[in-house]
Every structure is written in C-alpha cells, then in structure tokens.
Write a protein that binds this ligand. Structure first.
Ligand SMILES: O=C(O)c1ccccc1NCC(=O)[C@H](O)[C@H](O)COP(=O)(O)O
Length: 206
C-alpha cells in the first residue's frame, strides 16, 4: 500500500487543486480559530466543493465543542475528522465519522497506551509537542515511535522536502502529513514545494 499524503492547512481553491494535481490523497482544512490557517465554514465549503471527487477532505479541530463540529459537518463535505487537542475517545467517536487522533510526541509519552485508548481512530497522527497544538514546522525524535502499534500511523511535524524521504524510510508510516514545509507563508502553499514533497515521498516509498 503506497504511503498516503495529506497536505494540511489549505486556505484556497487554487492551493487545494495544486495539491490534488500533484498527487496528494488528502487536504486538511483547519477549523481552529487561533490558527493562521483557519477557514470559516463558507470558505471551507467553497474549497471542499471545488476539489476532485477522489480527494479526501479532512476537517481539523482543537478542543472544539461538539456543536461546532456538528455545524461544520452540516456545512462542509468532510470525509475525515482530525482531532488535534486533548479530546478523549468518547468525544471523538460521537460524530460517527472516520477520524484521525493527533498524538503530541515527547520523551516519556506512552504512545502504545495512548493508541490503545483510541480503538475507533482510523489512525494516530504523530506530531511534535508544540505550543499552539500544531502547525509549527517542528520535527520530533522519530526514534520515540515504538514498533507494533495497534493503529496505523500518520507521520507529521516539521516534514519537508529535505527530510521526508528519510522519514518514510525510517518510520514506514501509513501516511505523511505536512503544512509549514510546503508553504511560502502561513496558509499559503508553495506549489513547487508540494510537488517536490510528493516526489520525495514516492522516491522513498519503494
Ligand atoms: O496547521 C495549523 O495551523 C494547526 C494549528 C493547531 C493545531 C493543528 C494544526 N495543524 C495540524 C496538522 O495536521 C499539521 O499539518 C501538523 O501539525 C504538522 O504541521 P507542520 O509541522 O507545520 O507540517
């Protein structure tokens, strides 16, 4: 199964189409108001509806109240949810949608126990432990990732053209996720970097 690729923090139709054209499997729309990549419901719906049918649209939340998630699901055609805060499994599974649960990696963090506590998650998205929960462009020590996890892994956190090949070879994740590493500025994607990032994944995924 090829490593799947998510380009997160999409804020325009143009950038979403560039990601899809370059071969991304998914784009992420950020519904966390404190993020510089935040998109409101109307704009998110426009982006999502302009995407090709095969592209997964991931809606990203941080400690949102359930009503906010439900309102977003009613307005935006999301195929996956991503919970990137301190949410527990009961909260995540209430929406009856496939979801990714982010784990913020740091020394001493018991990822095996954490993964086991989210049996309904499609995958665990492993990100660096940063202020502001995510989207920081910081890597974490990949040697912290144990083998034999009970859930598929989406590797995230500070990935870019210059390290994604090593990341794929060392970690062998089910998917990779990137935001800062393919940007010209927060929320504005560099289409050449997207293409180079995807090529880097493909070249390493052999
Ligand atoms: O993208 C954001 O602004 C963001 C803000 C708060 C929580 C999560 C956020 N993004 C989640 C993602 O899935 C990012 O792609 C992930 O954190 C990796 O970001 P980066 O290190 O910039 O590639």
């Amino acid at each position: 199964m090829p490593v799947r690729i998510k380009i997160c923090g999409i804020t325009s139709i143009t950038d979403g189409l560039a990601a899809a054209d370059a071969g991304a499997d998914a784009i992420g729309l950020v519904f966390y108001p404190r993020s510089p990549r935040f998109v409101d419901l109307g704009h998110a719906a426009e982006i999502a509806r302009a995407m090709p049918p095969f592209l997964d649209i991931v809606g990203l939340f941080v400690n949102a109240d359930a009503a906010t998630v439900r309102a977003t699901l009613a307005a935006v055609p999301l195929s996956l949810l991503q919970f990137h805060g301190d949410e527990d499994e009961a909260y995540c599974r209430q929406f009856d949608r496939p979801y990714l649960k982010a784990a913020r990696m740091r020394p001493g963090f018991d990822l095996v126990q954490y993964a086991a506590s989210f049996p309904s998650a499609q995958a665990l998205l492993l990100d660096a432990f940063v202020d502001g929960y995510g989207g920081a462009g910081h890597t974490f020590d990949w040697s912290l990732i144990p083998s034999g996890l009970p859930r598929p892994i989406v590797l995230s956190g500070g990935l870019a053209v210059d390290n994604v090949g090593e990341a794929v070879r060392r970690v062998r994740p089910a998917a990779v996720d990137v935001s800062s590493g393919v940007e010209v500025s927060k929320g504005v994607k560099d289409h050449a970097k997207i293409a180079a990032f995807i090529a880097g994944v493909r070249n390493a995924d052999v």
